[in-house]
Design a protein around this ligand. Structure first.
Ligand code: MN
Length: 135
């Protein structure tokens, strides 16, 4: 079984790109375009990993992280912030807010999925492309 990943991002192009890359590698995705929706989805479903933009409408990524930690929800997924390069000075704040890691935007399409996979248990990683067909 491959991982099911929640992507929370309010910028449509960025959301679409992350979703495209993850799906192309065989991952199952759900999307939210604001923080409230992201939190609602994370409460409903035990995702294997959550990617979360920091600056979003209605509820920021910081608030989403704080809520998920505070309510001791069934969500045990690694929580990864995706933030503009200019915000990286805030890395301590990001980790203090409860995120397990952060990636800078713009994402690097060639490396993005590999980077994500380091936060997934091996059993939930998609097979390499050359192992998918046949056998
Ligand atoms: Mn944003």
């Amino acid at each position: 079984m491959v991982a099911r990943i929640l992507i929370a991002e309010d910028h449509p192009d960025s959301l679409e790109l992350m979703q495209y890359l993850l799906r192309a590698h065989g991952y199952s995705t759900a999307t939210a375009c604001d923080g409230e929706r992201a939190l609602a989805l994370a409460r409903e479903e035990p995702f294997d990993l959550i990617l979360c933009d920091l600056q979003m409408a209605k509820m920021s990524g910081y608030e989403v992280a704080a809520q998920l930690k505070a309510e001791n929800s069934p969500c045990r997924a690694p929580l990864i912030a995706v933030t503009a390069f200019s915000m990286l000075g805030d890395s301590e704040k990001v980790l203090a807010a409860g995120f397990d890691a952060y990636f800078s935007k713009p994402i690097e399409p060639e490396r993005f999925v590999t980077q994500i996979e380091t936060y997934l248990p091996e059993a939930l990683r998609a097979p390499a492309p050359n192992q998918r067909a046949g056998d």
